[in-house]
Design a protein around this ligand. Structure first.
Ligand code: ACO
Length: 431
């Protein structure tokens, strides 16, 4: 930790305590309270939702929500989305540097060599009802991979760590595509290793049994960008979950599986599905966006405008800016004319001008637009969050790896107990 000469003092019942300040490379300061419980005889802090609590030091992603800055390993998201491809960004996030041409080729070759999924996994998929949500299927299959690859990752062995990373990067797109194909009643197929990582994924998703798959550069580029934009976002809900599960020294695959479950919720990755469902509901209801704006502002109504607001971005979401452009290009290339998209545009305009949203600094987030792109590609809504998971995979891996290499302690928050105090046990006949 980079300790400062500055300290923070705390006074409790007239007694003063000093705590050091740590400083990050982007001049962020934090009060280091590691000794708090010890020196104060058991006093802790309480911070529901961890709005003020740093859980770790990390060198992977920097974001400044006030200024709309997002950087992976120091590189601006705008540059990466424009100039790099998803696998390059995955390498950067996980290993810390942009790969050379040779490093990238080797990385891709090693991932392809691990892209085979044991045929018996298909039997597990067969056990799921067709209606099963693909996020549940994906998290189960990711956990199940452990059974087929039982050696745990020894983090002191560079080779084991690297193999585990290539394995999950190779197999995860197959599992994602299979989760989709099972729902769509399509045969579970493998891809084509001569294609790029993203193009191959699209082929695995969309190749019909009787037809050829044709790559579309606009679509590959748009998906590449979307995956890059989702690739990491520092200590969000799913990433914190991956780190906390991994902190018990659980393996990479099961930690990722836990992250998938955390991502599923509508306040996190599930928002992209929720956005389209909300837009469809508005359309079904007659298309009156004003009515839904009023519902979103009504405190007695639990309805929220999905795809608006963000825990950390309070001026704009830089990812949303980039993806809005991509959404426009895809819609134009595909010549999509969709009334739901017109509702989206209307809602966006109204919300940006509405005082309630302006006062609370609620702007469209990346998921407002990602759902629009996925829908125009013909991807069913239930697959939106699995697509997010595919994008977030390198971030989860990078964060898990960092946590393990730094030998972080097991995650174990404290609480303030507010339940019953001691009660005498009553036998069942006397209750
Ligand atoms: N619609 C209407 N009101 C909202 C919305 C919304 N989408 N988001 C926040 N608000 C209001 C809250 O009611 C609250 O109002 P109040 O101050 O009058 O009580 C105020 O704005 C602050 O909201 P919080 O919930 O405290 O903000 P927080 O930072 O905790 O939540 C969150 C952020 C969860 C993203 C929230 O904005 C939300 O629920 N958005 C919709 C879901 C969504 O799009 N999630 C995707 C996030 S991006 C991602 O995960 C990749």
């Amino acid at each position: 930790m980079n300790y400062m000469s500055r300290t923070a003092s705390l006074e409790i019942d007239g007694k003063k305590y000093e705590f050091p300040l740590v400083k990050g490379t982007e001049n962020e300061y934090a009060i280091d309270i590691k000794t708090l419980r010890g020196v104060t005889n058991g006093i802790t802090t309480i911070d529901p939702g961890y709005k003020n609590t740093g859980s770790c030091e990390s060198a992977i992603t920097f974001l400044n929500g006030e200024e709309g800055v997002l950087r992976y390993r120091g590189y601006a998201i705008e540059d990466l989305a424009e100039k790099a491809d998803f696998l390059e960004v995955a390498y950067l996030l996980i290993f810390g540097e942009l790969p050379t041409k040779e490093e990238l080729e080797k990385f891709h070759t090693d991932i392809k060599a691990q892209s085979h999924v044991d045929e018996d996994v298909k039997k597990i998929i067969d056990g799921f009802p067709k209606s099963a949500h693909p996020m549940g299927v994906l998290s189960s299959l990711t956990s199940a991979l452990v059974a087929f690859n039982p050696s745990s990752v020894n983090v002191d062995s560079e080779e084991e760590m690297y193999n585990a990373i290539c394995r999950i990067l190779g197999k995860f797109p197959v599992l994602t595509a299979w989760a989709y194909r099972k729902r769509a009643g399509l045969p579970l197929d493998y891809g084509d290793d001569s294609l790029g990582y993203v193009d191959n994924f699209l082929k695995m998703m969309f190749k019909k049994p009787s037809g050829e798959y044709t790559s579309n550069k606009v679509i590959v580029d748009a998906l590449d960008k979307l995956l890059i934009l989702h690739a990491d976002h520092e200590q969000n809900c799913s990433t914190s979950t991956v780190r906390i599960v991994g902190s018990s020294q659980a393996g990479l695959f099961v930690s990722i599986s836990a992250g998938i479950n955390a991502l599923w919720g509508p306040l996190h990755g599930g928002a992209n599905q929720a956005v389209i469902e909300m837009l469809e509901a508005i359309k079904e209801d007659g298309g009156d966006t004003k009515k839904f704006m009023a519902k979103a502002k009504d405190k007695s109504d639990p309805f929220r405008l999905m795809g608006f607001g963000h825990r950390v971005y309070k001026n704009f979401d830089p990812r949303a800016k980039i993806i809005k452009k991509s959404a426009d290009a895809v819609l134009e290339d595909l010549g999509v004319d969709d009334p739901v998209l017109d509702i989206a545009k209307g809602l966006e305009k109204e919300a940006l001008e509405d005082q309630y949203f302006v006062d609370r600094r609620l702007y469209p987030n990346v998921d407002f637009y990602s759902g629009i792109i996925y829908r125009s590609l013909g991807i069913p809504v239930e697959m939106f969050t699995p697509m997010f998971a595919l994008g977030r995979l390198p971030g989860w891996i990078a964060q898990w790896r960092e946590m393990r290499l730094r030998k972080e302690p097991i995650g174990r928050p404290r609480q303030v107990y507010i339940g019953e105090t001691y009660r005498e046990f009553k036998p069942i006949g006397k209750r």
